[in-house]
Design a protein around this ligand. Structure first.
Ligand code: AHM
Ligand code: MG
Length: 336
């Protein structure tokens, strides 16, 4: 078959055999995420019709309550994964606690857990700017067949089996890794099929884009301020271009294609920054490293951090290797 026209479904089946001892469970799980992504994509695309279809809190024509899109996305992903009996536990940025999925059926004693940010970039939802879904998959560490515990979720990012995102942008794309590079699939909305459009995605080693909320500049640590000034200096290939969408998925996606760095540092207002280690930073870090990039908390690798709580926040610097290393260098120098 012509590689250009390979569908995500075909790609998943072809790659299943490359996992040693694969039972097909992971393939089924990625298929379930693919399905939920299409459902959420449909809802996201309707968001502009909110005045016609009814705003959150209203009752629609069928007498159903309208929901906020992020709540809806959360429900769709959880429902899909639950219905297909494909995971033993789910943790979501939208839920206070993790969800344990117990199956009586021995055939459905699954070994994978999923962590998900169902709709990231929430401030962009109502203004027709790209948002995304981020997911992260681990093998449970407690015995199969018993209820999952917090231990299963508090694993370092290095233990991830797969991770990815869906970007609901000018087109909808699903980008994921199972530890063997990063591949991107674009949805053809007319027929509801994802096609392999971006095989083997790679961050350029360096780039000319920096993405950070500069409104917080005054509150940033000195090292980060110094790095931002470095990005703005006239020298060599600098000044760099500033691009900040405020949707991590979209900023990451652009930087991976064009070369750049995304930063959400800690600040005097938020001592650990804003982004969540488990739902946002670890999956993006896995993707970045698989695409030849880097992800750091300013001092070291994100994926080596041992999580202590589900909703833990962490400073985040991610993108082209040389740019992340430069930011780390400025941060280290400011602490001397
Ligand atoms: P969210 O999970 O509430 O949507 O927050 C995460 C988002 C990221 O996608 C984005 O990069 C960042 O928050 C923007 O935050 P800020 O508005 O503080 O710059
Ligand atoms: Mg989020």
């Amino acid at each position: 078959m012509d590689k250009k026209h390979k569908t995500l479904g075909e790609f998943i089946i072809e790659n299943q055999s490359s996992f040693q001892y694969s039972s097909g469970e992971l393939s089924k799980l990625i298929n379930a995420i693919r399905l939920a992504a299409k459902v959420v994509n449909h809802e996201v695309n309707k968001a502009g019709l909110i005045d016609i279809l009814g705003a959150a809190g209203d009752t629609n024509i069928q007498g159903e309550d309208q929901q906020k899109l992020d709540v809806l996305a959360n429900e769709k992903f959880i429902q899909t994964l639950k219905n297909r009996e494909i995971v033993c536990g789910i943790a979501s940025e939208e839920e206070d606690d993790f969800i344990s999925i117990n199956s009586q059926d021995e055939q459905h004693q699954n070994k994978y857990i999923v962590l998900i940010d169902p709709l990231d970039g929430s401030s962009n939802i109502d203004v027709n700017v790209s948002v995304g879904t981020i997911f992260s998959i681990y093998r449970r560490v407690t015995p199969v067949g018993t209820p999952v515990t917090i231990e299963d979720f508090l694993q370092p990012g290095d233990n991830q089996v797969a991770a990815g995102y869906i970007v609901y942008g000018t087109s909808t794309m699903l980008v994921y890794t199972t530890g063997d590079g990063v591949n991107g699939f674009t949805l053809n909305p007319a027929i509801g099929t994802f096609y392999l459009s971006h095989p083997n995605m790679q961050f350029p080693e360096t780039g000319k884009i920096y993405s950070v909320n500069e409104g917080n500049y005054i509150h940033f640590p000195q090292g980060v301020k110094d790095y931002i000034k470095y990005c703005q200096q006239e020298e060599g290939d600098r000044p760099y271009t500033s691009r900040y969408i405020g949707s991590l998925v979209s900023d990451f996606h652009r930087n991976m294609i064009k070369g750049g760095i995304y930063m959400y540092p800690k600040s005097s207002k938020a001592s650990e920054g804003k982004l969540r280690l488990l739902y946002e930073c670890n999956p993006m870090a896995f993707l970045a490293e698989q695409a030849n990039g880097k992800a750091s908390d300013g001092k070291g690798r994100i994926m080596e951090l041992k999580p202590t709580e589900l909703h833990q926040r962490v400073p985040f610097f991610c993108g082209s290797t040389k740019m992340v290393e430069k930011a780390e260098e400025f941060i280290a120098n400011a602490l001397k």
